[in-house]
Design a protein around this ligand. Structure first.
Ligand code: KIV
Length: 293
């Protein structure tokens, strides 16, 4: 009997897609409607990203505050709704930095409580032993290098990584080390396209790019960014495929106007009772006794 639920995209299919040259489509989602929309659009991988901190939970410019409990709650919702796409739970800051044991314990929470198919964590270096430990526990791991938002302060902000020859070589080494540690895929964020192409050519596992050029084996964007739900400045690598925040604002303003103007609800949104019942209801209504104060 296969351990993969019926209809679920098998994890090894991602490597097969790389070999065939079929691009992998990944998007973030944080709730059931988002998961269903992604699935219906044929998305291969859904990441319940810790970007939830910014796009859902209202923290500004940082992913650090989101907690394990919050991520498990969101991931459980997405995993419940998504049948075919592989669902990846993003391990939040603090859930894997302290020790391998902690990392495995928290990865198990994603796997067991949220029922995600895999987890993602940021960095190489100290993260390599975490990857080995989690994979050793039987949980697939996606790596993430380049601009790793959890360490944005150490990186000097949300900046492109790997722009010098040394830094580019380090990224290649990190990617190879993550593959060697057992990652089934590696996200490359905000790195020059040439560096991403080199890494993609050298890894057997697929790379997923975000701001890493078109040579990656797949692409990921944040749901709220690509749909135009995020307002204000967006990184250069985001393409907006819709302007939903405008539509939402217009719809809410229209609703408020109609409520205030007595236009909504109309007859079409209102329930009536049969005329005879209404007559009876009015007749039988006892007169209110005058209550002295
Ligand atoms: O948390 C997230 O959404 C991510 C993607 C940007 C890759 O890590």
């Amino acid at each position: 009997m296969s351990a993969v639920p019926k209809g679920k995209l098998p994890l090894p299919e991602l490597a097969a897609m790389k070999n065939r040259g079929d691009k992998i489509v990944m998007v973030t989602a944080y709730d059931a409607p988002g998961a269903r929309f992604a699935e219906d659009a044929g998305v291969d991988v859904i990441l319940v990203g810790d970007t939830a901190a910014m796009v859902v939970l209202g923290y500004e410019g940082t992913t650090v505050p989101v907690t394990m409990d919050e991520m498990v709650f969101l991931a459980r919702t997405v995993a419940r709704a998504a049948r075919r796409p592989i669902v990846v739970g993003d391990m939040p800051f603090g859930s894997y930095q302290v020790s391998d044991e902690d990392a495995v314990r928290n990865a198990i929470r994603f796997f067991k409580e949220a029922r995600t198919d895999a987890v993602k964590l940021e960095g190489a270096g100290p993260s390599l032993s975490r990857v080995r430990a989690i994979v050793g526990a039987g949980i697939p791991v996606m790596g993430h290098i380049g601009l790793t938002p959890q360490s944005a302060t150490m990186l000097g902000g949300f900046k492109t990584q790997g722009k010098t020859a040394d830094a580019a070589r380090r990224l290649v080494d990190e990617a190879l080390a993550l593959e060697d540690a057992g990652c089934f895929s590696v996200v490359l964020e905000a790195v020059p396209a040439t560096v991403a192409a080199e890494i993609t050519g050298r890894l057997e596992v697929p790379t997923i790019g975000i701001g890493a050029g078109r040579e990656c084996d797949g692409q990921v964007l944040v749901y709220h960014d690509l749909l135009g739900l995020t307002e204000g400045h967006l990184p250069r690598f985001v393409k907006r495929y819709a302007n939903l925040s405008r539509e939402i604002r217009d719809a809410l303003e229209h609703y408020a106007q109609e409520v205030r103007g007595g236009v909504f609800p109309e007859d079409a949104h209102t329930y009536e009772m049969p005329a005879d019942e209404l007559a009876g209801f009015r007749q039988e209504r006892p007169e209110r006794e005058h209550q002295p104060h």
